[in-house]
Design a binder for this molecule. Sequence first.
Ligand code: PRP
Ligand code: URA
Ligand code: MG
Length: 207
Amino acid sequence: MDVLLVDHPLTKARLSIMRDSRTDNASFRHALHELTTMLVYEAMREAPLRTEPISTPVADTEAYRLADPPLLVPVLRAGLGMADQAHRLVPEALMGFVGLARDEETLQPTPYMQSLPPDLTGRPVFVLDPMLATGGSMEYTIRLLAERGATDVTAVCALAAPEGLDRLRESGLPVRVVTAAVDDNLNDVGFILPGLGDAGDRQYGAR
Ligand SMILES: O=P(O)(O)OC[C@H]1O[C@H](OP(=O)(O)OP(=O)(O)O)[C@H](O)[C@@H]1O
Ligand SMILES: O=c1cc[nH]c(=O)[nH]1
Ligand SMILES: [Mg+2]
């Protein structure tokens, strides 16, 4: 499984704002927006292009367009904070939605909504979720996508735990991961260390 670690000085700086427990909700959301732009920019680096002839005011030349506009899938709640920014960068993308809440005791993802196109054959998919912890939520989401024919899935995360990466690797699902950091490990209640806490609560308040 490919893992692209985007550890640019600017991604490190935004991630540090997100990690800092003194950062308020609005500043956390702002830092995640900026980080998302950088992660999606890198995640799309190899996206195939098609060309078409155009004219500038002074000469004929070629225009480049995305050959295969992707589907963006934010995983609610926390992934919602990445959706608009990713869509701004890739305006031709479609958007699907998956809502999951991790059970605090079992750490299993509990689905509460999904809205996805029925056929994803041939369409690149970018799953947006700031946190890859045990990997249960991401694995669940990728299985939904794979059932619809997706074979080209990128998980775009702010932070990944080694446990979550191992789980995705062992799942054999068609996924690569783009992340700004791979942290140390999970604590005994499934939080990433050093991490940034609960990415949903840090944006929207505790539920
Ligand atoms: O890798 P995992 O162990 O599955 O944990 C990661 C999940 O936990 C968080 O969501 P959470 O369930 O807290 O929901 P929220 O976004 O509504 O806060 C996060 O946004 C991921 O979806
Ligand atoms: O550290 C973690 C783990 C799962 N979900 C979060 O929001 N944070
Ligand atoms: Mg949460």
